[in-house]
Design a protein around this ligand. Structure first.
Ligand code: ADP
Ligand code: MG
Length: 445
């Protein structure tokens, strides 16, 4: 299994090799646009911003990309190149100007993530006010600002909004925004190139340092240590620090006590789960940007009512509706919304438990419930058990280790194996696919 660190490190090396082989010009114009998108189950996905780029890169460098990845890790199953159009919305800082190389450490900012496009409601007004306050004053009034909340609730959007606002208020201030993942990877690279001094200087000359998804460095001790020192150095010079996390500092496991306590020094602001009114407000603001497609009010209300998990899903649902309507050439209606989004709506309704899944699966295959946690390995019980693990992963939000524990104290790797086994069986064996379909429907009611 490829860990995050290894994947990032390999990617960094592959990029370096490509740069040497292709030369600087080709690299800068084309290959530097490639992004490591995901690395699950030995499948590497590399993304690029447009079809045009993909069509140029794939025939020329597609195979080479694969070979290079494989040369670093034999377990890699495949390397694919996909188009991720969201990348093209971003502003690239490709040319490192005299503004100093520090900006090359920053991640690109999404042009649509501004305060103007951030809809405020009861769940996020405190955090939005803190963010505005920080952006509009040159003085540091509280340090750091920690923004925390679940996925898809607007943390990254707000971070980018702060960065844009500070830059426009005062173009001289050096704003460095990057994900904790990228922070780590820059650090690893500095270690390899024996240039940690350079690394430190780059960060420490920032006026505003923003680190997104800081939970990522939990448990990664040397990165954490480096972050802690950077943090202190900047705070000592009265520079602003802004951090986001998917949970509160108090709940971050694997973070050293001293760093945790530092994070609590300033303002810790939570983005709460959305309310119906906020969801509707967000939909209305997004709809205003959509051209050539009318969306009736009752459809927006329906979406705001049904898709409650997070804003990213809500946006995704809206995009899907629009895409579908343009594809089939029919206007969006309540009926089409039901049709096109039934899986999403189901996922948002569903609160299935692992126990329920085990019971239904056992019934379906006529085995004993106790076999879900027994050590028996006969096919007749092992396969249903794998199916139940797969469904638990799909239908609940429980982690792999938690699922493993519920199945007789099995290891999380066993669950992972079961999931990938069933995933491939679905493709090979239609009876498995049918069983799953039936079970899912059954679990819905
Ligand atoms: P997070 O970083 O918390 O996972 P993001 O900032 O990536 O979430 O937000 C997910 C999507 O939802 C983005 O497209 C973002 O623009 C949108 N979004 C989140 N909150 C709001 C909001 N209050 N108003 C408008 N759009 C929002
Ligand atoms: Mg984010």
């Amino acid at each position: 299994m490829l860990s995050e660190e290894t994947a990032i490190e390999i990617w960094e090396q592959v990029r370096e090799q490509l740069k040497v082989e292709a030369g600087n010009t080709v690299f800068e114009n084309w290959l530097s646009l490639l992004n490591l998108n995901s690395y699950a189950n030995g499948k590497i996905v590399i993304s690029v911003q447009s079809r045009f780029h993909k069509d140029w890169i794939e025939p020329r460098y597609g195979n080479r990309l694969k070979t290079l990845w494989l040369s670093h890790n034999k377990k890699i199953k495949n390397v694919s190149l996909v188009v991720d159009e969201s990348l093209s919305n971003r502003v690239y800082k490709k040319n490192i100007t005299e503004e100093s190389a520090i900006l090359s450490f920053s991640s690109p900012l999404d042009v649509s993530y501004t305060f103007e496009k951030f809809v405020v409601g009861p769940s996020n007004n405190f955090v939005a006010a803190a963010a505005q306050r920080i952006s509009d004053s040159d003085e540091v009034s509280f340090n750091p600002l920690v923004i925390y909340g679940g996925v898809g609730l607007g943390k990254t959007h707000l971070m980018h909004a702060i960065a844009w606002r500070i830059k426009s208020n005062n173009p001289k201030r050096k704003v460095v925004y990057l994900s904790a993942e990228k922070f780590m990877y820059q650090f690893v690279r500095a270690l390899r190139e024996q240039d940690t001094m350079g690394f430190k200087e780059q960060f420490r000359s920032a006026d505003v340092l923003m680190i997104d998804d800081v939970q990522f460095i939990a448990g990664k001790n040397s990165t954490q240590e480096e972050f802690f020192h950077t943090f202190n150095a900047l705070v000592d010079q009265s520079k602003q620090i802004i951090v986001s996390s998917d949970r509160s500092p108090a709940d971050l496991e694997g973070i050293e006590e001293r760093l945790r306590s530092r994070l609590g020094w300033g303002i810790v602001a939570e983005i709460h789960q959305t309310t119906y009114e906020l969801r509707l407000g967000i939909l209305q603001s997004k709809v205003a940007d959509i051209k050539n497609c009318e969306i009736p009010k009752n459809v927006l209300e329906f979406l705001a009512h049904k898709i409650t998990s997070n804003i990213r899903e809500l946006e995704g649902a809206l995009k899907r509706l629009v895409a579908h309507s343009q594809l089939v050439g029919r206007p969006v209606s309540l009926d089409s919304a039901y049709d096109v989004l039934h899986d999403l709506i189901r996922a948002n309704n569903r609160k299935v438990t692992i126990e329920e899944i085990q019971r239904k699966v056992a019934e379906h295959f006529s085995i004993r419930l106790s076999d879900m946690s027994s050590a028996r390995r006969a096919r007749a019980v092992a396969r249903p058990r794998q199916i139940a693990m797969y469904l638990s992963k799909q239908l609940t939000s429980r982690s792999l280790p938690e699922i493993g524990r519920t199945f007789g104290g099995r290891d999380h790797t066993t669950v992972m194996h079961a999931v990938s086994r069933i995933e491939s069986l679905i493709l090979e064996d239609s009876s498995v696919a049918d069983d799953l379909e039936l079970l899912k429907r059954n679990l819905d009611n």
